[in-house]
Structures are given as C-alpha cells and as structure tokens.
Design a protein around this ligand. Structure first.
Ligand SMILES: Nc1ncnc2c1ncn2[C@@H]1O[C@H](COP(=O)(O)OP(=O)(O)O)[C@@H](O)[C@H]1O
Ligand SMILES: [Mg+2]
Length: 259
C-alpha cells in the first residue's frame, strides 16, 4: 500500500567536541493519507531534528524520505507544509501580509493570494484583524496566522513541531479542537510532534512513541477514542483515554527527576 509519507531507516548524528553523537537511530515510519500521526517523546530525543529531516531542511546520515511515492530525502517537497515551533511571523508585515507570504513565494498573483487569505481569515474567525501587526494580536492569534500561512498553499501533508507548547491550557485546547476540525474537513495528512502525552492521545489516529539517547521509536499505537468529535474536552473524557496515556507513559522512558 502506498503512504502519503514514508520514512525508512533514518539515522542522524551531530558532531560534538568529543566526537559524533547519535541523535536518531533507525527510524522507520509512515503516515497514511488523511491520517493524524504524532510523535511523542521527551525533550532532547530528536523530535525537531526529525522534523527538519522530514521537511528536507536537514539531510539524514542514512535512510530515505518518500512523499507520495517519490523520494525527497534532503529536498523541500511542495506537498509538505510546515508550522514551526515558534510562530515566526514577520513583525513588519500585517496579518494578511503574513498569510499571503506562502503563496507570494510560489508566484500567485497578489489579488488571488489576498482573496484566498480573506477566505482563510473567515474560517479561522479572524476577520477584522487583517491590517493588525503581529505585536497587536494575542499569542493564540499569532499561532493561527502561522497555520494559515501554511494552509494557504494547500499542502497535502502538514507538519507541526510543538506548535501549541507556549499557550495556556484553554487556548491550547481551543486551537487543537479547531485544528482537528479543519484537517478532518479538508482531508489533510498531519504529522504532529509533541512532548505532551495528553496532546498526542487526544489529537491522533496513531502515535509513534520515542525514547531519548539515541532517539528511537519504541512503540506504535493506534488510538481509538470511540468519538468522532474534534472537541478536545470530549476526546479527553473518553473512557479509553487513560489506557492510552498509561501505555505511552510506560513506553516513553522518562525517569522522574529527583530534586
Ligand atoms: N545543530 C546541532 N548540533 C549539535 N547538536 C544538536 C543540534 N541540534 C540539536 N542538537 C542536539 O540533538 C539532540 C536532539 O535535539 P532536538 O532534535 O532539538 O530534540 P527535541 O526536539 O526532541 O527536544 C539534543 O541533545 C540537542 O542538543
Ligand atoms: Mg524540539
């Protein structure tokens, strides 16, 4: 069967003053079309390194990335759109100017880009904010603008690296619910990177659990919360939530800090 995204035997080391340090070791995984797949693992296990390898920004030492049956290892694929950990908006551009940026780069006319951006601003309930600057809107809105800037290019696969990490809980679950609703409706494939087990369970169809030093996949878990609701509180209160949480916690290998 063909997958939207496939990775085979990915390894990566970084050079340190004392020699090479292996960060990722032998990662093989895939994402099916329309699937929401998460990677969950402790801080430092190599999640952002993996993100950079999938997007093609970083070359792995070994292994291959295949997008829609075409090898893209070390190349940026137009089928992948990514949202970085920090909402890196251009402070001198307004909201709408930030949203159209992704399309402007591909050479679409300004008029069409603006029309598409206005449609998106409506979907994300941000009408009336188009001429504000990033410094004039909230953190949640900035994160939405970063997502819209990716969505406007209509990528098949969306890659997100801890996008909701810095947000307070009510905002986080509001944005997560909104994301789930939109990606299910628009039939996107999502690869979502997080250190947060609760987030991985509530958002995903399938979870790859990673451990650190070196970063390896230790388990793959299909999640079925028995609800189709995109609302995170609803999903969180599923009777099955705790079973998945426990399974991942036992796999992830975080040792409690002794203060
Ligand atoms: N460019 C780099 N050079 C050397 N070491 C790096 C570099 N980037 C990350 N690392 C190291 O690789 C490990 C994994 O980092 P990272 O992929 O950012 O993990 P995560 O996103 O899971 O927290 C960390 O120990 C980090 O210090
Ligand atoms: Mg990271």
């Amino acid at each position: 069967m063909s997958h939207a995204l496939e990775a085979v035997d990915i390894s990566k080391s970084y050079l340190s003053p004392t020699g090479p340090v292996q960060i990722l070791k032998g990662l093989t995984f895939h994402a099916n079309a329309n699937e929401f797949v998460s990677f969950v693992g402790p801080s430092g296990c190599g999640k952002s390194t993996l993100f950079n390898i999938i997007t093609g920004l970083l070359q792995p030492d070994q292994g291959s990335i295949v997008v829609d049956n075409r090898e893209t290892t070390g190349q940026v694929s137009p089928k992948i759109g990514y949202v970085l950990q920090k909402d890196l908006l251009f402070p001198w551009r307004t909201v709408i100017e930030n949203v159209v940026l992704g399309l402007e780069i591909t050479g679409v006319s300004k008029k069409i880009a603006r029309e598409k951006a206005r449609d998106l601003l409506r979907v994300y309930r941000m009408e009336g904010y188009e001429d504000k600057f990033p410094s004039q809107i909230s953190g949640g809105m900035r994160q939405r603008v970063a997502l819209m800037r990716t969505m406007i290019t209509d990528p098949e696969i969306i890659l997100m690296d801890e996008s909701y990490k810095a947000l307070d809980y009510p905002l986080k679950i509001a944005l997560e619910s909104e994301l789930l609703e939109i990606v299910k409706k628009e039939k996107k494939t999502v690869v979502f990177i997080t250190h947060d087990i609760e987030e991985a369970v509530t958002m995903s169809d399938r979870v790859y659990v990673m451990k650190a030093r070196p970063g390896e996949i230790v388990n793959e878990i299909a999640v079925d919360l028995e609800t189709d609701s995109p609302m995170i509180p609803e999903r969180r209160m599923s009777k099955r939530f705790n079973d998945y949480y426990e399974l991942i916690w036992r796999n992830i290998g975080i040792s409690p800090l002794v203060a």
